[in-house]
Ligand binder design. Sequence first.
Ligand SMILES: NC(=O)C1=CN([C@@H]2O[C@H](COP(=O)(O)OP(=O)(O)OC[C@H]3O[C@@H](n4cnc5c(N)ncnc54)[C@H](OP(=O)(O)O)[C@@H]3O)[C@@H](O)[C@H]2O)C=CC1
Ligand SMILES: CC(=O)N[C@@H](CCC(=O)OP(=O)(O)O)C(=O)O
Length: 313
Amino acid sequence: MSKPKVFIDGQEGTTGLQIHDRLAQRNDIELLTISSDKRKGLTERKAIMDAADLVFFCLPDAAAKEAAELADNGHTKIIDASTAHRTAPGWVYGFPELHGQRMAVAQASRVANPGCHATGFLAAAAPLVRMRVLPPDYPLTCFSLTGYSGGGKKMIAQYEEGEKGEELYSPRLYGTTLQHKHLPEMKVVAGLELPPIFCPVVDDYYKGMSTTVMLYNRYLKGQPTAEELRLILYAYYAGEKLVTVAPFNEAGDTLAANTFAGTDKLELTVSGNHDQTIITARFDNLGKGASGAAVQNMNLMLGLPETAGLQLS
Ligand SMILES: NC(=O)C1=CN([C@@H]2O[C@H](COP(=O)(O)OP(=O)(O)OC[C@H]3O[C@@H](n4cnc5c(N)ncnc54)[C@H](OP(=O)(O)O)[C@@H]3O)[C@@H](O)[C@H]2O)C=CC1
Ligand SMILES: CC(=O)N[C@@H](CCC(=O)OP(=O)(O)O)C(=O)O
């Protein structure tokens, strides 16, 4: 049987390169490539997309929208890493571990890969809404720490090339206008009535994320303790290889945001007491936050083993 043909549109960007590195080592797919000088040409890209069984878009939003029209040939499957289609009709949200999404991804021809901050938020909040523990109108807040590779080539250059300003040596809050591009998917996919008040923070390290939501247990259904909330999440993710829940209190009182850098795993840590809980998702923005999730979705869409080519530890 011939191997599925896969093309990465945006192969020279941060996410594209990461997907390329994962796929280049595999012998169960054929990777189609485009020469560097043709990589933005519409005609050349369309020809390769038409020849491909599956194409990744690792492009800015506007270019991803344009590419979706180019690839609309009735047979090429698409995984879009950008924000362009995450809540769009006709696209499946590519988070296989969340309530029945695995089957939907496996059968989809259009999959939107989750945003990195949204991945951490949803891993914690979406199961609790689905299990009816977290009321849909709960006024959630979320803060999320990320390494600067989350900002793609431009931000990497800002941090790594030439003289950098003093402010780049310290953590920087952003999205303070409360209009971050991940908010729509956070609200819709979690099943919330209100988007979280969300504060992302970028700091002077390359990769790794730590996304935290905070809860007052008294406003949750059944008023579970933090330890009981951990058990609910542990049962929800039972059997999952890429999303796991740490033992209660295992981590002590300090969590580093880069613990899972270099892996495709996401680990949830639940801390707190009878009245207050914090849930933290730690993962790699370039792993489960982008290219790891994209390769997982590709595996499902092509009927390959789900974690093939992924880094589990
Ligand atoms: N970095 C991350 O952690 C994450 C990124 N994403 C998303 O993935 C997508 C890619 O991000 P990222 O890899 O970081 O971005 P980069 O800026 O690192 O890479 C984008 C790539 O797309 C290329 N490109 C731009 N316009 C076009 C076009 N019209 N046709 C073909 N190629 C084009 C760029 O070319 P050139 O090399 O000339 O600049 C570049 O190589 C974005 O939508 C981003 O939001 C999602 C999750 C996490
Ligand atoms: C540090 C930094 O700027 N990070 C990016 C998120 C990267 C990501 O997930 O991007 P997409 O939503 O485009 O997929 C941001 O917060 O906008």
